[in-house]
Design a protein around this ligand. Structure first.
Ligand code: C2O
Ligand code: CU
Ligand code: CU
Length: 496
């Protein structure tokens, strides 16, 4: 066992060893408010502003068809990106180009992105997880009509990690993502580079999405009516990076999987098919302090996971599958998300260092509302469906509770004890840290590291620590079940 935190009678043991994990599972049921070990993460350093743009990109959303199935083409909406100025390799298309593109930038770089909205609906692009000024964040009130253009100019200050981008027009997000509008944003930095993690052909991007595909090969949306709106869209087909082929031929060595749950509403309970540990090295906002080994872990929509796996023992042609396993015995059967098949080629074996990154925990005592908790209730309403605090989204306003002083650190509590379904809560702006989880029921590394999305399981409450110290202005926070977000499980907050 490695770290022990003692607090107010409740305690939590964090460990890298399997024995420690089992012990931890036994302990968590005993305490009322166990303190989830907050992840060890590097300080978000002050990044010097850049006087000029490093990378200029034209990003266009447009309607097209792709050949996903041999018999019939599928209508989709795609982003296409071109580098106007800067490193050509910083933008690449993924697979069939239906999903993506992938931006790869270095921390500190300044980007100018000209977004051209050529889909037949209003839209705007949001850089999920990136800490950018309010007018660069793709807030719903920045939506541009068909044919409209939005010019972004922002600096990437986030640490190395897997971020992504998607539309953010209020009420239309779920359909636009279903149709294909998701891109990926990889940030690199020197701390990560120094580790020499598996890269190039040994580093894999895995954006998992389910979609409902009709008999004539079209993506269906809300065809299940009220049920879809309340539960969120669940599909009948699984895609990886926009492709139906979910097998990858890989070298027999260490592989790095960068997993993004890009689904509208589906949770995955990740595990390896041979029962080996998931070796987790990072979450939403990049590397953890140390590797974290677990048997399985829930990944909610918008959450990311960085996983290492050593395939050097596989023989040529042998496979290992990343699966989603049932949450409880008898609750469904496991299914494969992605299969890695060993090639003849031997890759290199990466020895995982005991320390991956620097530690900086936001202290509870730093919060200005330590004795005056802000609680946000996740509740369904008759008139608006899912909401936060029973009030629908108001594009321009924020309540007193949603008003924060620039520079302050606050504790926000999300309360999901009212109605029984999971809600992945996402807050724009600075990344946050999970302070505690009432039930203690967390799996894997779901509460570790710098987070921007946290999963609230039914019956649970989660407390977060967030610093509002980088940008003033109007931002949103919402459920990342896209059907919930669209109906009204979203609110503004303002930093002033
Ligand atoms: Cu990934 Cu407000 O969103
Ligand atoms: Cu976001
Ligand atoms: Cu929700």
């Amino acid at each position: 066992m490695s770290v022990m935190l003692l607090k107010k009678g409740g305690y939590m043991v964090r460990s890298n060893s399997r024995r420690g994990f089992i012990k931890q599972a036994a302990l968590i049921s005993l305490t009322a408010w166990p303190v989830a070990a907050r992840a060890a993460s590097a300080l978000i350093e002050k990044i010097a502003p850049r006087p000029t743009v490093d990378l200029a990109i034209k990003l266009r959303a447009f309607a097209r068809t792709v050949s996903l199935y041999p018999d019939k083409p599928t209508d989709v909406w795609s982003y296409e990106a071109n580098v106007v100025n800067g490193r050509g390799g910083s933008v690449r298309t993924s697979g069939n180009g239906f999903l993506g593109p992938v931006f790869e930038v270095h921390q500190g770089e300044r980007l100018a992105v000209e977004y051209i909205n050529d889909i037949p609906e209003e839209s705007i692009v949001h850089w999920h997880g990136l800490d950018v000024p309010a007018d660069q964040d793709g807030h719903p009130h920045h939506t541009v009509p068909t044919g409209g253009v939005f010019k972004y100019d922002f600096q990437v200050t986030n640490r190395a990690g897997l971020y992504f981008f998607h539309p953010h027009p209020h009420g239309k997000l779920g359909n636009q993502v279903t149709k294909g509008l998701v891109g990926v944003f990889i940030v690199r930095d020197s701390e990560e580079a120094a580790l020499g993690l598996p890269n190039d052909q040994d580093e894999h991007l895995i954006c998992v999405q389910d979609r409902r595909v009709s008999a004539d090969r079209q993506f269906e949306y809300l065809t299940g009516g009220m049920h879809d709106r309340m539960m969120g869209m669940h599909g009948n087909e699984l895609f990886i990076n926009g492709e139906l082929n979910r097998t990858k031929i890989v070298r027999r060595g260490s592989q790095r999987l960068r997993i993004l749950n890009g689904s509208n509403a589906r949770l995955y309970n990740l595990a390896w098919s041979d029962g080996r540990d998931l070796e987790i090295i990072g979450t939403d906002g990049g590397l953890l302090e140390k590797p974290h080994n677990v048997k399985s872990m829930l990944l909610a929509p918008a959450e990311r996971l960085d996983v290492l796996v050593d395939l050097s023992e596989l023989k040529e042609g042998e496979s290992l599958s990343l699966q989603s396993i049932p949450l409880a015995a008898g609750a469904g059967s496991p299914f494969d998300i992605m299969t890695l098949t060993a090639s003849a080629e031997e890759g290199s074996r990466f020895v995982v260092p005991p320390v991956l990154s620097k530690i900086e925990l936001i202290q509870e005592s730093e919060a200005v509302n330590l004795n005056n908790l802000k609680t946000f209730k996740l509740v369904p309403t008759r008139d608006h469906g899912w909401t936060i605090d029973g009030v629908p989204y108001d594009m321009h306003g924020a309540s007193a509770k949603e008003t924060v002083k620039f520079g302050d650190t606050e504790i926000w509590e999300f309360d999901n004890t009212v109605a029984g379904m999971p809600h992945p809560i996402h807050i724009h702006g600075t990344p946050f840290q999970v302070l505690s989880r009432q039930s203690g029921n967390f799996t894997g590394a779901m509460d570790l590291g710098w987070k921007d999305t946290v999963l609230l399981l039914p019956g649970d409450k989660v407390r977060l620590l967030k610093r509002f110290n980088t940008h003033k202005g109007l931002f949103v926070y919402h459920c990342h079940n896209l059907e919930h977000e669209d109906v009204s499980m979203m609110r503004n907050f303002v930093v002033q």
